[in-house]
Design a protein around this ligand. Structure first.
Ligand code: ARG
Length: 577
């Protein structure tokens, strides 16, 4: 496995340079597979060694590299050592490369997950808050992005050995609930609420807002309803409770289709009772200032001149979105004792989270340094055939329908028991890969046709490759009948797959550092391209048994890494399509 080789080269270097092995681990990287003929597998960056203070920076880099090269000798792991600009290249013994990369693993899916690279990452409990839609309002593209990205982060952290708490923080409080409550009393129907809850609540909400524009009695009723809620009056609370519960149940169904689950459904309502306490604390700490307008603010400017500040209290004494977030963060830290907390929302909330973390730090909560906002760009043009998307379900239905159609048109589609289910899984993978391809902070254009293409960097291509591998392994076995004969897997096609697999732990490491899924998407797409070539050039059927068995072992390992990577992205691999 990659870590065996990295460790072995590091120990060589450690003996020569008299430094612990670990310091060389991060200076070594697997050489990316390219079309150019390439012989090296790992590369040692001399620049990194200088930067890390392992080599002194005086003197010429190239002569230092040469000096080190002269001391390095081949051994049973490395068969060739050569020099490049600022790097030393290592070529592994081919048979050993084959053997180690295809070594049976106890737990199949652990390939690449036990790398020593991850020792440098902080372990501990991670709370990831994501999706967080607002009850009765539209579930917009930003909520879908947050759901997919948050799920990826939670999966990744979990795979790398962190304890993860998955939290959904619903917009279930505030004046909008006054509107909804008052609206429901007017136009609501328990019948319709049972039939199609999210649609009905949305309709009521739209109607009451429209009405409120022209009718001040409605606006008044909404304020009264919200006041009743704030005072926990029984009748208002009962309705609120019912609407919230029904919404959560509905959401859970749709999240299930997406393959997303939560440990906790929290929400703004949970913390409205704590906001006064927060304000009191801010006051006691001397951080709360009352402005001329009567609002309560916290000065966040470096020189104390109010050039930047955060408003935490309205002039009528009610709390704000940020006040509830301050209370929520403190409460979560106490309840869950997380090591780090990650919030996932679109970039329009950058400033909100910046202020939130600053207020927490000013209050003396140094753990706010380990709170992170993962922000992402906007999605343009997310529409279905029926028009604008209001519910998550609409997008999933459309993805499934389109995929089902494409499958029925394709010559390669297999007979299967439940084509809807396959179309659903493949459709969702298309949504995910479209979303994860680029840097998260970029905006992108939602494009049904492009994301559902069978070739190219799409989720469909990943699924198709996975299904092809499954069908091969299903028909021919997984190659475990004979002991592996590494000498029959030395063609360039095979070696480039193995070289590519050598990068897997580095890709995960990079993703864990910047929380960007694009590294993993690119890795898997490239893996699938290499597999497509290999499937064409390395037939199993008709090959001598030792060759056939060895190739099956290669395809088996490849399939399991592909499936594992797809799962981290939040994709459920299909066996047939
Ligand atoms: N409900 C909010 C919205 O839809 C997102 C909540 C983000 N999380 C938070 N802790 N503020 O915009």
């Amino acid at each position: 496995m990659a870590c065996f080789f990295r460790r072995s080269i590091a120990s060589k270097l450690s003996r020569i340079l008299h430094q612990p092995e670990d310091v060389f681990i991060s200076a070594l990287s697997a050489v990316p597979v390219s079309n150019k003929k390439q012989t090296a597998d790992f590369r040692l960056s001399i620049v990194t060694l200088v930067k890390d203070g392992i080599l002194t920076s005086n003197g010429n880099l190239q002569s230092q590299t040469e000096a080190l090269l002269n001391e390095l000798k081949q051994d049973s792991v490395v068969e060739e050592i050569s020099i490049g600009p600022g790097v030393i290249n290592f070529r592994l013994h081919r048979k050993l490369l084959v053997q180690k990369m295809l070594e049976p693993l106890g737990k199949e899916d652990s390939f690449g997950l036990n790398s020593e690279l991850f020792n440098r990452l902080e372990k501990g409990k991670t709370l990831v808050e994501f999706s967080s839609p607002n009850i009765a309002k539209k579930f917009h593209a930003g909520h879908l992005r947050s759901t997919m990205i948050g799920n990826f982060i939670a999966n990744l952290k979990r795979s790398l050995g962190n304890d993860v708490i998955r939290m959904n923080y619903l917009g279930d409080w505030g004046m909008q609930f006054g509107m909804l409550g008052a609206g429901f009393e007017q136009y609501g129907s328990q019948e319709k609420l049972k039939e199609n809850p999210l649609q009905h609540l949305f309709d009521v909400y739209v109607q009451v807002n429209r009405e409120a524009e022209i009718n001040k009695d409605i606006r008044h009723a909404a304020r009264v309803f919200f006041r009743h809620l704030e005072h926990h009056e029984v009748k208002a609370m009962a309705l609120w409770q019912q609407l919230r519960e029904i919404s959560v149940k509905e959401y859970q169904q749709v999240y299930k289709r997406l393959g997303v689950h939560y440990d906790i459904y929290s929400g703004e309502s949970f913390h409205q009772g704590q906001t006064q306490e927060v304000v009191q604390q801010l006051h006691n700490l001397g951080l709360l200032k009352i402005t001329e307008k009567g609002t309560g603010v916290v000065d966040l400017s470096p020189c104390g001149d109010m050039s930047s500040y955060s408003t935490v209290l309205c002039s009528d004494g009610t709390s704000l979105y940020i006040t509830r977030d301050i209370a929520a963060a403190i409460d979560r830290k106490e309840k869950y004792t997380f090591h780090e907390m990650i919030y996932v929302t679109d970039k329009s909330q950058d400033n909100h989270f910046h202020q939130l973390f600053q207020v927490l730090l000013t209050m003396g909560h140094s753990w706010a340094q380990r709170c992170r906002h993962v922000s992402f760009g906007l999605v343009q043009g997310m529409k279905t055939r029926c028009g604008e998307v209001i519910f998550l379900e609409d997008v999933l239905d459309e993805a499934r329908a389109r995929m089902l159609h494409n499958m029925s048109q394709s010559m390669t589609t297999k007979e299967m028991e439940n084509p809807e289910d396959t179309a659903e899984k493949v459709g969702i993978s298309a949504l995910i890969v479209q979303d994860f391809k680029g840097p998260l902070e970029s905006d992108y254009k939602f494009d049904w046709d492009r994301m559902l293409q069978a070739k190219g960097d799409t989720g469909v291509f990943l699924q198709y490759t996975h299904a092809r591998l499954c069908s091969l392994l299903h028909m021919q076995g997984n190659g475990q009948e004979l002991e592996l004969d590494p000498s029959v897997l030395l063609e360039p096609r095979t070696i480039s797959i193995l070289q590519h697999l050598l990068c897997y732990d580095e890709v995960l490491y990079r993703s864990a550092q910047d929380l960007q899924p694009k590294h993993l998407v690119n890795f898997l797409t490239k893996l699938c391209r290499l597999v497509a070539l290999a499937l064409r050039e390395l037939p199993v059927k008709g090959s001598p048994p030792n060759v056939a068995q060895a190739r099956l072992q290669l395809f088996n390992r490849t399939r399991s890494v592909l499936a594992n990577g797809m799962r981290i992205l939040g994709i459920t691999p299909v066996d047939k399509m």
